[in-house]
Design a protein around this ligand. Structure first.
Ligand code: HEC
Ligand code: HEC
Length: 305
């Protein structure tokens, strides 16, 4: 207790009964702490002067002498990004899709712009990156297997007008005119087109129905290669039918026996909306430029043939 006198106290003191007083020391703050503390005050005052800071009566606030605001910054950034895109968009608007793909710089721009538009408008059905979804009959766009064609013109037409694939129901209880046994035969024949039939007798009867009473070949072609590649009775099929190729491993709804049977029995109705105009023929949902960018993007996804 010898050096007690040298210690500065606040003068506060609590006496306890034993006679040992409890004192409050007044130790100076460390210098580094004190200076940093003053620095933060100076910083705050400068900040209040330069930037928007304090609310003032009337719903207003101090604006700061720099005139900076988050809204202004966003507007400037958006304007700068629009200005950077303009020369590309102008060129793209003036060229055809195939001309655009000849120019590697424009192609690169179109693919990345198209990708963003795809994410906003198309991914909800076709999946991120166009991987498709069998549960909804949403075709994958990443393979080179097409219902309506994978050229730039065909893809552009699909996006402009929309598509509605109609697979009629065949089972008599589902508005069709074939018995359950016949639907089973047709299913076995369909499986045989990709080498997976387990009942040769049924597949043979299904074959006869396919190009006979059921007339499946009028849409899926004589060899089951779909309306795009197939032909019926030697004539080329209308490519706008959208009947899928039944001979490959790519399926719109699913290639397992039960799903194939459901497709044949109950029919299917795919609906790709039109993006150019609504049903009244107005209100473009996507601009001509957007559709161009998208067509190019989707074309590159499918291998760009
Ligand atoms: C509401 C869901 C939906 C949306 C949104 C949608 N699609 Fe589709 N799309 C479909 C369906 C379903 C089909 C298959 C149509 C059929 O079965 O006849 C399809 C088919 C297509 C095809 C044809 C594929 C082929 O194999 O020929 C292309 C290309 C396509 N869509 C691109 C797009 C693009 C690009 C967008 C965005 C602008 C888009 N789709 C938005 C549902 C959708
Ligand atoms: C009027 C034309 C038409 C006829 C006739 C027709 N189909 Fe289809 N079929 C289609 C279309 C279009 C689709 C695709 C439906 C869609 O886009 O939603 C389809 C889809 C299918 C599917 C689903 C394929 C998949 O990838 O998931 C199978 C299986 C099928 N058809 C088999 C047959 C069989 C078997 C017959 C004869 C009993 C037949 N179709 C008759 C047009 C037809």
């Amino acid at each position: 207790m010898a050096d007690e006198k040298e210690i500065e106290t606040t003068g506060h003191q609590w006496d306890d009964e034993e006679g040992y007083p409890l004192k409050e020391y007044n130790n100076p703050l460390p210098k580094w702490w004190l200076y940093s503390y003053y620095a933060t005050i100076v910083y705050a005052v400068i900040y209040w002067i330069l930037y928007p800071a304090w609310p003032i009566p009337g719903g207003e606030y101090t604006k700061g002498v720099l005139g900076w605001s988050q809204h202004k910054q966003l507007e400037e950034e958006m304007a700068a990004s629009q200005a950077a895109k303009k020369p590309f968009n102008d060129k793209i608007s003036a060229l055809t899709t195939s001309e655009i793909t000849q120019d590697s710089q424009l192609l690169q721009y179109a693919v990345s712009a198209g990708k963003a538009i795809f994410g906003d408008n198309c991914a909800p059905c076709h999946g991120g990156g166009g991987v498709g979804a069998k549960a909804g009959g949403f075709p994958a766009l990443v393979d080179d297997d097409w219902l309506y064609g994978g050229t730039l013109e065909q893809i552009s037409e699909t996006i402009h007008m929309g598509r509605a694939g109609q697979m009629p129901p065949h089972l008599d209880s589902a508005e069709g005119s074939f018995t359950a046994a016949q639907v089973n035969d047709l299913t076995q024949y369909t499986l045989s087109l990709s080498g997976r039939s387990t009942d040769a007798g049924a597949a043979g009867r299904g074959d006869a129905l396919y190009r006979g009473d059921a007339g499946c070949n009028n849409c899926h072609g004589d060899e089951g290669k779909g309306s795009l590649l197939g032909s019926a009775g030697g004539e080329k099929l209308d490519t706008s039918i959208g009947a899928p190729n039944l001979t490959d491993a790519i399926w719109l709804y699913g290639g397992d026996e039960a799903t194939v049977k459901t497709s044949i029995a109950k029919g299917r109705k795919g609906n790709m909306p039109a993006w150019e105009k609504d049903s009244e023929g107005n209100n473009r949902k996507l601009s001509e430029l957007d559709i161009k960018l998208l067509s190019i993007y989707v074309h590159t996804l499918g291998g760009g043939k």
